[in-house]
Design a protein around this ligand. Structure first.
Ligand SMILES: Nc1nc(=O)c2c([nH]1)NC[C@@H]1CN(c3ccc(C(=O)N[C@@H](CCC(=O)O)C(=O)O)cc3)C=[N+]21
Length: 303
């Protein structure tokens, strides 16, 4: 029985981070400027707090100026909008990330549309979505999770994406849709599948590249995978793990890993796959945003 190559997202993320740290040092030496990242968290969701802490930690490791705004869950929408306006006007801040999901009394799209597109390091502003879909990636901010997935796919396939069939499972604005745009740009033949897709297993069986981003634990089974396919698991699901003791949990992806690893050519683990790459790409976007706002030349893409 063959076993898939494990795509080590954590290791790739570390090398991306090292390169960003180097470039940030050079930027500071020549201009005295540091990329500035502001993260806004509304409410006390424990998972969000973990991610946000991780982003802050990585930002300081990269040598960035990093600020965090923790707001209570019942903060009025108007106050969040005012904070975003202030960050838009703050010359020390080059990237603004408003952690999603927001509490239900806040209109998410209203907040995201207020962020200046050049400071929108999440790539969620309609301007950036438009630039990505028209193929103007060099002027856009590309959403971090799909950008990180693309880096991992290119590594696994040694750049040979053109003409390959790709199935993206999930149609969110955060992952599914931008992932499909990026793969189309790389000349893949792209299918976007979702909860209404008929006979999903047979759709997935046709794919050279599978991106699972649905948020359903271990939904994609081993016998759905075409032998040798590249499997990218975006899901991060915390499920009960009674075998580890009462009340314990563990993280699983949207792919049944053990089964799929027996069939795939390459596969990302959870944790240690896409998650660390998301954070690394956020740092890359923040550095890019800072350079653009300082009217400096565009650097070579890191990967
Ligand atoms: N505006 C906004 N932008 C985001 O990019 C955004 C967001 N909101 N809301 C929540 C999701 C989720 N997300 C993750 C980032 C890193 C890991 C990560 O590093 N995960 C580790 C494990 C972490 C753990 O142990 O829980 C791993 O997969 O190895 C996970 C999830 C960013 N998100």
């Amino acid at each position: 029985m063959t076993q898939a190559e494990v795509i080590d997202g954590k290791a790739v993320a570390t090398s991306v981070r090292d390169e960003i740290q180097k470039r940030t040092g050079a930027l500071f030496d020549s201009t005295g400027a540091k990329p500035g990242l502001a993260v806004v968290l509304v409410g006390e969701d424990p998972a969000s707090q973990v991610y946000v802490r991780n982003k802050e930690k990585t930002a300081s490791e990269c040598g960035f100026h990093s600020v965090k705004h923790d707001l209570p869950a019942d903060t009025p929408e108007a106050d969040v909008l005012t904070l975003v306006q202030q960050l838009n006007e703050d010359p020390a801040i080059h990237g603004i990330l408003v952690q999603l999901p927001l509490p239900s009394h806040i209109d998410e799209s209203k907040v995201l549309r207020l962020i200046k597109p050049e400071k929108d390091v999440d790539g969620f502003h309609p301007i950036n979505v438009g630039l990505l879909t028209t193929g103007e990636r060099d002027r856009a901010m590309v959403p971090c999770t799909p950008a990180g997935c693309l880096v991992l796919i290119k590594r696994a396939l040694k750049g040979a994406l053109s003409g390959k069939t790709a199935v993206v499972i999930g149609r969110s604005n955060i992952v599914g849709k931008p992932m499909a745009s990026l793969l189309l740009q790389e000349s893949c033949t792209v299918t976007i599948a979702h909860s209404r897709t008929r006979d999903l297993p047979s759709v997935v069986r046709g794919a050279d590249i599978v991106i699972a981003a649905v948020g359903r634990p271990e939904m994609v089974r081993g016998d759905w995978i075409k032998p040798g396919a590249t499997v990218i698991d975006v899901g991060i699901n915390r499920i009960p793990a009674p075998e580890r003791g009462e009340g314990k949990t563990r993280l699983v992806g949207d792919v049944a890993y053990e089964e799929a690893a027996k069939v795939a050519g390459a596969i990302t683990p959870v944790p240690g796959g896409v998650g660390p790459m998301t954070i690394a790409m956020l740092m890359a976007n923040t550095l890019t945003a800072a350079r653009r706002q300082l009217h400096l030349s565009e650097e070579e893409p890191i990967f």
